[in-house]
Design a protein around this ligand. Structure first.
Ligand SMILES: [Zn+2]
Ligand SMILES: [Zn+2]
Ligand SMILES: [Zn+2]
Length: 407
């Protein structure tokens, strides 16, 4: 794959100074001078200030009905027709415009085609006076081949892929400056799909912003955020940092934002997992205390380590905890970690239990009574916990899918 010519001074300077328009010179010669007089810079009028702002893309102004859009999309130009227009351009038959590029190379073209293809070129051509039936316009500062590809596209929408790849950034700028949305679309698509790389993404982003291609800008930002470490050490980044510190700031903020969103998401997933585990623990506790577990309970039977637990995934864990709790010598709040955990689970149960008078879970009534004396702060904490557990459980819906056991 041919690499993009990123070292051309034009590209860097255009990124730094490109204000959405290219310099264009209209050759105004009244006498029947030879082409050589075109070189005379005094006779060249710079109309860059008069370049009108490109109109919005067709998508914004055309409110086609579905049917009309279908008709437009289904219009397939036969190859013969494209070839005909391509030949007309390449052979320059009866050309009445000379486009002068760097080193005074000339690309012959047709007034009427250029006027129809680009409103900006039309504006320039209308202002230029023909000399011996030929109008002259100069497009300086860009490689001849880039302008050749550009004008060819205006005739037939045809392009050579190698040439397109080589000049895609130039062509993106040309398409914007001369208001050729179809070419802009092709450049943006090819860049986005095939030619966006860590080495050029910063340059592409800057041009995409200046040429008003939001989708391409977004793709660039995504790529930068995804591979920030590599891209922030490229030459392109260093140049951008110097020339456009506000963009650097914007990109750094995007990286931080995406990172914190990711952290936030992970935190929420983890929180939800904990609340679901607590809900499972509550179910298992009720199941063990009410009916005793067929697999590992009732409490007086020896725990069989190897056996798979019953349909309550937290059953085995809770059973172990209950057994420890009943035999632990430090069975006080704030005692050993396991006992502390058991106390908390028992209290949580009591707070979620609606039938303390008939409940078989130990200490259910005790905690209900203790609640009356609790501080408002503790009370609020417990209420929040209870509501989070209920929300996590309800979020599962009627078809519960338990993945993790309580342990
Ligand atoms: Zn069980
Ligand atoms: Zn203990
Ligand atoms: Zn209870």
């Amino acid at each position: 794959m041919a690499s993009l010519d990123l070292d051309t001074p034009w590209l860097y300077s255009s990124i730094e100074s490109f204000d959405g328009s290219l310099n264009i010179h209209i050759e105004e010669v009244n006498s029947a001078d030879s082409l050589d007089s075109v070189d005379n810079s005094k006779s060249i009028v710079n109309y860059s200030r008069n370049i009108p702002k490109p109109p919005p893309l067709p998508a914004k102004i055309c409110q086609k009905t579905n049917n009309q859009r279908w008709l437009a999309d289904s219009c397939n130009v036969p190859k013969e027709t494209k070839d005909l227009w391509d030949r007309l351009f390449k052979e320059g038959f009866a050309a009445d415009v000379h486009i002068i590029t760097e080193n005074d190379s000339v690309i012959p073209a047709h007034y009427i085609v250029l006027c129809v293809a680009s409103p900006v070129l039309k504006n320039f051509l209308e202002q230029s006076k023909p000399r011996n039936g030929i109008r002259y316009i100069k497009i300086p500062g860009l490689p001849y081949n880039a302008i050749y590809v550009f004008i060819r596209f205006l005739y037939s929408s045809c392009y050579d892929e190698g040439e397109m790849e080589k000049f895609v950034l130039h062509l993106l700028v040309l398409s914007h400056s001369y208001s050729v949305p179809s070419l802009k679309k092709v450049c943006a698509h090819l860049l986005e799909q095939h030619w966006l790389m860590t080495e050029n993404v910063i340059d592409v982003l800057q041009l995409a912003k200046k040429c008003d291609v939001p989708r391409l800008s977004l793709s660039c930002v995504r790529m930068i955020v995804k591979d920030f470490k590599t891209i922030s050490s490229t030459e392109g980044w260093k140049v951008m940092k110097r020339a456009n510190p506000s963009l650097e700031q914007e990109l750094l903020e995007s990286v931080v934002e995406v990172d914190s969103r990711k952290q936030e998401r992970l935190k929420k997933i983890e929180e939800k997992r904990v609340y679901l585990q607590l809900d499972e623990a509550m179910e298992a506790l009720l199941h063990i205390c009410k009916e005793g577990c067929r697999t590992i309970g009732p409490c007086d039977k020896v725990l069989k380590e190897s056996q798979i637990s019953c349909s309550f995934p937290a059953c085995k864990g809770i059973e172990t905890l209950v057994r420890h709790f009943s035999s632990c010598k430090m069975r006080v709040p704030g005692g050993c970690t396991q006992c502390k955990r058991m106390w908390q689970l028992l209290e949580l149960h009591s707070r979620m239990c609606s039938e303390p008078d008939f409940c078989k879970v130990p200490l259910c009534r005790h905690f209900k009574e203790k609640m009356q004396q609790q501080s408002k702060k503790d009370e609020a904490k417990w209420k929040l916990l209870v509501s989070k557990v209920i929300t996590a459980k309800n979020a599962l819906g009627p078809f519960k899918l338990r993945r993790s056991g309580f342990s």
